[in-house]
Design a protein around this ligand. Structure first.
Ligand SMILES: Nc1ncnc2c1ncn2[C@@H]1O[C@H](COP(=O)(O)OP(=O)(O)OP(=O)(O)O)[C@@H](O)[C@H]1O
Ligand SMILES: [Mg+2]
Length: 219
């Protein structure tokens, strides 16, 4: 996407997210009052539950839209990637049927990252990997360092990405999921770029999907 279209999209996204957030607060408040006033019954409870689920879903989408539109200003501190990745793996909602293989290169130097922002990028890649392996599979995480950069690879044994979709998956709002918004990888790429890094996807010959993040050792 060219920079001026991206700029327009970011501004529109931020504005829209703000408007929807305000309306949602109003809707949630009105629902609360209504629920207090109505005589409880199984039917009415079910309707409220359904509406609440949808309101929360819109809240989630608006949060993603804000994340996408927000300018990223990483505060870089030297960190060992191994620690950052391990904390992400601990916090990601991975199922028991996902096997994790780790390979961290020995003696890697700490590199300048914003742990919170890089963590959000990794988290989104891990969620996608998990969603691509509904029946379980293997998640391989590895890091390797060259002279002036470090490479993080996250590979899954899931359904893979069709060749014709490989470049499109980073586009905002591209999704192949029934209830996906399609901002996960667009946000991830912006977060990696904010670190002066690169994010790419590889389609391994043996199947599955591999995401590679390359981060510079100095900015
Ligand atoms: N690990 C993966 N394996 C297979 N396909 C993937 C993987 N990661 C991403 N994709 C493809 O890229 C698309 C875009 O991913 P992205 O994270 O941007 O959005 P999403 O996951 O569809 O929705 P959202 O992140 O908003 O819930 C996905 O719909 C899927 O088609
Ligand atoms: Mg996603």
């Amino acid at each position: 996407m060219d920079p001026s279209s991206r700029d327009v999209l970011e501004k529109a996204g931020a504005r829209l997210a703000h408007e929807i957030k305000n309306s949602l607060t109003g809707i949630a408040g009105a629902l609360h009052v209504l629920q207090d006033r109505l005589t409880p019954s199984a039917d009415i409870d079910e309707i409220f539950q359904r509406v609440n689920v949808e309101v929360r879903r819109i809240e989630g989408s608006v949060k993603e839209l804000s994340e996408y539109s927000e300018p990223k200003s990483p505060v870089l501190k030297r960190r060992h990637l191994r620690d950052v990745i391990e904390r992400c793996l601990e916090n990601a909602p991975l199922s028991a049927s996902t096997r994790i293989l780790r390979h961290y290169q020995d003696g890697m130097p700490p590199i300048p990252v914003d742990e919170r922002l890089l963590g959000q990028a990794l988290h989104r890649i891990l969620i996608n990997a998990e969603e691509a392996m509904p029946d379980g599979g293997t998640l391989s995480v590895s890091t390797t360092s060259a002279e002036d950069r470090t490479m993080i690879s996250i590979r899954d044994t899931g359904r893979g990405v069709p060749a014709e979709e490989l470049e499109r998956i980073f586009e905002p709002f591209f999704t192949s999921k029934m209830r996906g918004l399609g901002l996960g990888l667009a946000i991830t790429r912006t977060l990696v770029h904010a670190h002066g890094g690169q994010l790419s996807v590889v389609s391994p010959a043996e199947g599955g999907t591999e995401f590679v993040i390359v981060l510079p050792h100095s900015n």
